[in-house]
Design a protein around this ligand. Structure first.
Ligand code: ADQ
Length: 468
């Protein structure tokens, strides 16, 4: 395929576009950039380089023409309702998602889901090939599009292709369950640079390339038959720490946080959990630990509140509907056993909140509880650190979140060990102010020096340096 003469020199390919459609009272349609770290970090690069973003616009069975938005080109890829079911809810979220997260839920393998995954990946690759200019850099994002690098290279060998996996890359033994393991590996090896959240993920991928794809591996580089090198390395993603910090210090947000404290009865200690409602986030174990602490009186329900907010997520996938019911039941049972009249020790909201409200919650949390069973990175942990400039905050963090490799001064837990988790929650809440300050200072330093801008910059610099 020939490069278009007016093609973009920088192209992002992701399952979703970074814009949401809104319709005003007069029925006028417009697009708004959706809030999110990745868009914010990549926008300046896109504007500087004449960029394009290829992705699905979110409505099935609908074709939307490409358009210009905020200085870059938005290139929608259509999906049918069946493809949403098979490629997205099926293969991406009921096969790959559980398999890549330690199989904490049972991964389902269906040949028709795989077929849809191939078809849709091909469509994304073709669209990217149509909009990328001669020698452009294309950055493919995440597990929904692992076949795109190889497909795109076949169409446009002139491109520089990067891939970043936002979720964990699984241990070899788990990956080998995948009936289409070889195709997925070859798909990824189409990239010049494959980025992972952790060094462990990169090592798993290199081991598979050597043992399963029978490729020669030297250091972090896989040798391809045509002499090209495909490199694999860790690039831990992060957040725009300064803007979170500024938001948390906005007078309106401070007011909001005071009102929130009042609303929950001005407890002495606030624990906070913030997650997408997902079975990988360890919610069942975490809530059980709090239930036992409240019931035994080790946490005094009259002085302590645990706020847990959970964003609705993937509600058409069976496993997620079941999780939602389980959590409702668990929280209801604990509150009905331990609450004083008029005040629940667990304040649970199944809702999505604005960024200002998130910052207000982070501000008032004495102990932030992030205990996923497995997580690529976990940005919530970093957002808390950036927002909580009271140096006596404390972060309780799962060893199995990618963030644990960087946030070493957190209070670490094994989320499967409920007794251990209970001990650590109590320790974090009762630790001396000097200890908490020392840990928090180190954590803030890490988060403020390793930002999302640096992440994007590191990846793109490294990609530029890769060669054929
Ligand atoms: P997620 O699994 O979605 O991301 P995470 O990194 O924690 O997990 O990001 C969640 C985001 O959603 C955060 O920015 C948080 O503020 C926001 N959020 C959560 N609950 C919310 C609520 N109730 N209301 C509003 N906002 C809420 C995937 C991987 C992660 C990886 C990221 C980025 O699973 O491991 O860190 O991509 O690569």
């Amino acid at each position: 395929m020939d490069a278009p003469s007016d093609g973009a020199s920088f192209v992002v390919v992701a399952n979703r576009l970074p814009v949401d459609r809104t319709t005003d009272d007069e029925g006028e349609v417009s697009w708004r950039t959706s809030p999110g770290g990745l868009v914010t970090a990549l926008e300046p690069v896109m504007r500087r380089n004449g960029g394009a973003w290829v992705g699905w616009h979110g409505a099935p069975d609908e074709k939307v023409e490409a358009f210009e938005h905020d200085g870059f080109q938005v290139v929608p890829v259509p999906l049918t309702a069946d493809e949403v079911e098979e490629y997205y809810e099926g293969f991406s979220n009921a096969t790959l998602w559980p398999l890549y997260h330690d199989a904490v839920a049972f991964p389902e393998f269906h040949r028709e889901w795989w077929d849809a995954y191939v078809v849709v990946n091909k469509r994304f690759a073709e669209r990217a090939a149509e909009v990328a200019g001669e020698g452009a850099t294309v950055w493919v994002q995440d597990y929904q599009l692992q076949l795109v690098p190889q497909m795109l290279r076949a169409l446009r060998p002139d491109l520089k292709i990067g891939f970043f996996l936002h979720i964990p890359f699984p241990p070899v033994e788990l990956f080998l369950q995948l009936p289409w393991r070889r195709q997925v590996l070859e798909g990824l090896l189409g990239a010049d640079l494959v980025g992972f959240q952790t060094a462990g993920g990169a090592a798993n991928f290199l081991r598979l390339s050597r043992n399963n794809a029978e490729r020669k591996v030297k250091g972090d580089a896989v040798e391809m038959p045509d002499g090209r090198l495909s490199r694999a390395r860790a690039f831990p993603i992060s957040i725009d720490a300064q803007s979170f910090n500024d938001m948390a210090n906005d007078p309106e947000v401070i007011k909001q946080s005071e009102a929130l404290l009042e609303e929950i009865g001005n407890p002495e200690i606030v624990f906070l959990g913030v997650d997408r409602l997902d079975y990988t986030k360890g919610l069942r174990q975490r809530i059980r630990a709090f239930g036992e602490l409240f019931e035994s009186g080790q946490l005094d329900p009259s002085k302590t509140v645990f706020i847990q907010v959970a964003t609705p997520s993937r509600e058409r996938v069976e496993e997620y509907r079941k999780l939602r019911d389980d959590i409702d039941l668990l929280v209801g049972r604990i509150n009905s056993h331990t609450a004083d009249l008029g005040r629940d020790p667990i304040v649970y909201r199944h809702a999505s909140f604005g960024r200002d409200m998130m910052a207000a919650m982070y501000r008032i949390a004495d102990v932030m509880v992030v205990t996923p069973l497995r997580d690529g990175m976990n940005l919530v942990a970093k957002e808390y650190i950036a927002c909580h400039d009271d140096p006596e905050g404390a972060l309780v963090l799962s060893e199995f979140a990618g963030a644990a490799h960087e946030l070493k001064q957190a209070y670490m837990v094994n989320p499967y060990d409920i007794n251990g988790m209970k001990d650590t929650l109590l320790k974090a809440a009762a630790d001396s102010p000097a200890n908490r300050r020392r840990r928090m200072r180190a954590l803030r330093k890490q988060v403020f020096t390793h930002t999302i801008d640096k992440w994007a910059d590191d990846f793109l610099t490294e990609l530029r340096g890769t060669g054929h």
